[in-house]
Design a protein around this ligand. Structure first.
Ligand SMILES: *Cc1c(COP(=O)(O)O)cnc(C)c1O
Length: 407
């Protein structure tokens, strides 16, 4: 179904989340539908960083570790993220990158099932996660098995030590049933590690209720923590005692400043920390999370679903475009993906017109629907632009043969 631009503007006027857009810095003349890859800059981040740099680093210098409690910032941020993913206080810490947290979480999970050899994952998982799983498996003499999404439950047997999955598919936005897969995995005695990179800050999550064992996720996508923002890791309370992860650095030690010759893990999720936290990056993430303190994730997902309906409705019947995302909102994160045989050129042409999404191999046009700063008129404009580019062949010549390092 298609609607007029005035109708889209009316949806914005009655949108309860409309006020959040002002809390972000967004360039004029750009429709930004890539917040699932790099979240936009929350307005309060710059001022907060100036304060942390000027007053804390610049004035209080090393005393800031205590005066401003820099040392416990990873745990405070972990608790803030914990509230977004349905995890109890003290079960999440911010640390390192998603990749490194996945490495640690997989190793810790494997060590809970020492007599089993298999990490089961999904064939279309984010390739980075397949690489990390292979790396961990190589070091620990384990093996990685891959199954398709619908074959996962059947592939679970008593050889599987760890099931490693990404909740929202980076290409299509398809969402797995976390509670069901946890239940199936536990029924065969396996432990589950979830990657929530495309879920956190986008969809309601419940680590406790769904029975997840470990989870990791990204700070710079829907959480808007800035490029390369620190990531997070969740460890379920029942796995925190005797947690064993191989990157045994001093800030995961029970008493770093005793400088004891032998490692003794800190209690709880703190044992997932490794080295000195990047305070400036964490400060940016801290300020970015302020926005979520005032936003309801269920309302955000509801708006993302309305944006999806508008966007896909406007694009129905466009020759050459096929929807790659599930139509059922319960099975989808906050994105809309389409396939097109010339997807790369189509995206270059769109970006040239100020409509920013991204391309994913082999033929995916990906659009993040970030409800805090995306208006209905933005999505309407993007759909019109995409329709014109595809129907009028404006993509021809848009890919000049030279691909940037980052697509
Ligand atoms: C974005 C993303 C990551 C990012 O990992 P980095 O260590 O930050 O590079 C990891 N996993 C998934 C599923 C992602 O989408």
């Amino acid at each position: 179904m298609t609607i007029s631009r005035q109708d889209a503007a009316a949806l914005d006027r009655s949108d309860p989340l409309a006020g959040f857009r002002d809390r972000f810095v967004l360039p004029d003349g750009v429709v930004y539908l890539d917040g699932n890859s790099l979240g936009a800059l929350p307005r309060n981040v710059t001022g907060h960083l100036e304060k942390v740099i000027g007053q804390q680093w610049g004035t209080d210098l090393i005393g800031s570790w205590n005066i401003h409690d820099w040392i416990d910032l990873p745990g405070r941020l972990g608790d803030r993220i914990g509230r977004l993913i349905g995890a109890p206080a003290g079960s999440v810490t911010v640390a390192d990158s998603t990749s490194i947290n996945l490495f640690k979480a997989l190793a810790a999970a494997l060590s809970l099932r020492p007599d089993r050899r298999v990490i089961l994952t999904e064939a279309a998982n984010f390739p980075n996660d397949l690489y990390i799983a292979a790396g961990v498996a190589g070091l620990m003499d384990k093996e990685v098995r891959r199954a398709r999404k619908h074959e996962l439950a059947a592939a679970l047997d008593d050889e599987v030590a760890v099931l490693c999955l990404t909740e929202v598919d980076f290409r299509t936005g398809e969402r797995l049933d976390m509670g069901l897969l946890n239940e199936r995995a536990h029924a065969v005695g396996a432990v589950v590690v979830w990657d929530l990179s495309h879920s956190t800050g986008a969809v309601p999550l419940d680590m406790t209720g769904s029975g997840a064992d470990f989870a990791v996720g990204c700070g710079y996508k829907f959480l808007n923590g800035g490029p390369g923002a620190p990531a997070f890791v969740y460890v379920a309370p029942q796995h925190q005692m005797g947690l064993h992860q191989p990157l045994t650095g001093w800030l995961g030690h029970a008493a770093p400043f005793e400088f004891a010759p032998d490692y003794r893990p800190a209690p709880g999720v703190t044992a997932m920390r490794v080295g000195t936290p990047p305070i400036l990056s964490m400060a940016a993430l801290d300020a970015a999370l302020d926005v979520f303190a005032d936003a309801d994730i269920a309302a955000m997902k509801a708006k993302a679903d309305q944006l999806f309906e508008l966007f896909t409705g406007e694009l129905e019947g466009v020759d050459g475009l096929s929807l790659a995302s599930p139509r059922d909102p319960a099975r989808r994160g906050s994105q809309a993906s389409f396939r097109h045989p010339e997807a790369y050129a189509v995206m270059r042409a769109l970006i040239g017109r100020g409509i920013v999404g991204d391309f994913r191999e082999p033929d995916i046009l990906r659009f993040g629907l970030t409800p805090l700063y995306t208006r209905f008129v933005d999505v309407w404009e993007a759909a019109r632009g995409l329709r014109e580019v595809v129907e009028q062949g404006l993509w021809m010549g848009a890919a000049d043969g030279h691909r940037a390092k980052v697509v």
